[in-house]
Design a protein around this ligand. Sequence first.
Ligand code: NAG
Ligand code: NAG
Length: 376
Amino acid sequence: MGAQNSFLHFMHRFVFWVLFAMVSCFVLRVLIVLDLNKRIYNHTPGPCRVLTEKFKGTSGLAYVESQKRVYVTLGYGKAHNLTTNTGIAFYNTNRTDGRSQQEIYDLIEMQINWNGYEYQNMFIPTGIDSYSSSNGRVLLYVVNAHPDHQCIHFFQVDNQKLNYRKSICDSSFTSLQDVAVVGPDRIFFTNMAAFGRGWAQVIEFALQTGQGVVYYYDGTKLAIAAPSVNAPTGLGYDSKRKILYVGSLIRESLFAYKVEKDMSLEVMYEMMLLTSPIGLFVESKSGDLWIAAHPVLHETAWHYTHVDRNKVHSSSQILRIRIQEEGKSWVTTEPYANDGATISASSAIVYTDEQMIIGSTFGRLLHCDLTHAHIT
Ligand SMILES: *[C@@H]1O[C@H](CO)[C@@H](O)[C@H](O)[C@H]1NC(C)=O
Ligand SMILES: *[C@@H]1O[C@H](CO)[C@@H](O)[C@H](O)[C@H]1NC(C)=O
């Protein structure tokens, strides 16, 4: 009798401690994910200036080498009910074409010829990428984050105008983030979570169920390239080495996938970053990675839920990663960091010719000259 009693007593304690440990683990994990232990110290790699603050959001950037242009998506804040214009602009990085000091910092807004597209008023662009063909044709692929019209739109560039070509939309698109082009009309893109926004999404993230998806579209049909990814965000494609990089918001890491001949994805490795990657940029020659990140997630959460309060900032961070020996090791530097006062919630990055352009989720577009690019 006594033995049975003490056994029950033991089981009781045992179950209690196991549950206690599990709950503690979960709480600790949430605390770590929220980055409550982190502080950001401001620094820049050289002189910086604001290119525009007219729009609530400059959340997507794409660099086109043949034109030396950086295309910028404008007005993502509208997806969170902010009042702002939306659209697409470009910044010309050519410093040898004799423009004045004033003109070299101009951002040129593009006129969009929608060719009668019936949902043209439901356009909130965010992620963007480009394809340049050998005959000089430049195509843009743009994520539409409109809550009621999530699509990827296809455009062709005609100097300072854009011609709308077509769209892919699907009822499974709930939180489209970014797009990466691997060929003409062949794209990978991310859907971050099963729930588009709000508390349902917060709970989904807390449980870390990994309902995010990487899609592949081959020009005619849509397929799932990677199911159950944990909150995938930005994409970057290294076309020389055929590697697709996928950021994970919640894991604070980057997944590297080998893109096979049949366009299927094979996981190569996961790179822990300890910061949430949002926008990626791959330097085509070296394969170096640039990452625009949200380093402090509890600030990010607050920022995203109080978008209409100007005083609520979220820190910004840019990382540069030089990969050695196909992912066996890498060297990380931090060319830029800011507590959110200059630029809040950095979400896109382009680096070219010693110039760095940083976009943000709900705010400004920043341009910095790198005075010592080789050591940055
Ligand atoms: C934006 O406004 C619409 C209409 O007022 C509302 O239904 C929706 O929930 C709002 N969205 C957010 C993110 O606040
Ligand atoms: C940059 O400007 C120079 C001088 O005008 C021009 O020759 C060159 O073609 C331009 N580069 C590009 C990519 O437009």
